[in-house]
Design a protein around this ligand. Structure first.
Ligand SMILES: [Zn+2]
Length: 164
């Protein structure tokens, strides 16, 4: 890139006085490398500092985010530090797994009655199994009189209407 440049050419560089990347004019080259530049913004003549050095960390982060189809995937695929799930994510995953385990255990128990399609007006008692149009199979954990039941579905406990 610097090979096509010569003294008097414009070049982007980091200016120590402006503390920013500004347009500079090349003052001196050594062996094809720019060594001295003059800042077009403040006029100071100084050593050439490539514009990228300070931005590497930022650019790197941007690239990581763009590497995958979404942010989490991008971070997971390219950054070992970010790949580890956060403590709250891990807790949420563990809680979800615990719920699913409890649900599976309840659904597979030998005494489980046959599933009935859930309706708001159905009579329910503890241990009943329902099949909800949205939530799927669930088992009644407890009834809350006069008209609600706590039902354990695969993704968690929901309080739904029923006839107790
Ligand atoms: Zn400057």
């Amino acid at each position: 890139m610097s090979s096509v440049k010569g003294p008097g050419d414009r070049i982007e560089a980091r200016c120590t006085r402006c503390n920013d990347v500004t347009g500079h004019v090349i003052v001196a080259l050594v062996g094809g490398q720019v060594v001295k530049v003059e800042c077009c913004a403040c006029g100071s003549v100084h050593k050439y500092y490539p514009p990228k050095t300070e931005k590497v960390a930022v650019d790197d982060g941007v690239r990581r985010v763009r590497a995958g189809t979404d942010r989490r995937q991008a971070l997971a695929s390219s950054s070992p530090r970010a790949a580890a799930p956060s403590r709250s994510q891990a807790r949420a995953a563990a809680a979800a797994a615990a719920v699913e385990n409890a649900w599976r255990t309840a659904m597979e128990r030998p005494s489980a009655p046959a599933a009935r399609p859930y309706t708001m007006g159905m009579p329910l008692q503890q241990g009943d199994v329902v099949e909800h149009a949205t939530f799927g199979l669930g088992t009644v954990q407890s009834v809350i009189r006069p008209d609600k039941a706590e039902i354990l579905f695969r993704d968690g406990v929901r309080t739904l209407r029923c006839v107790c």
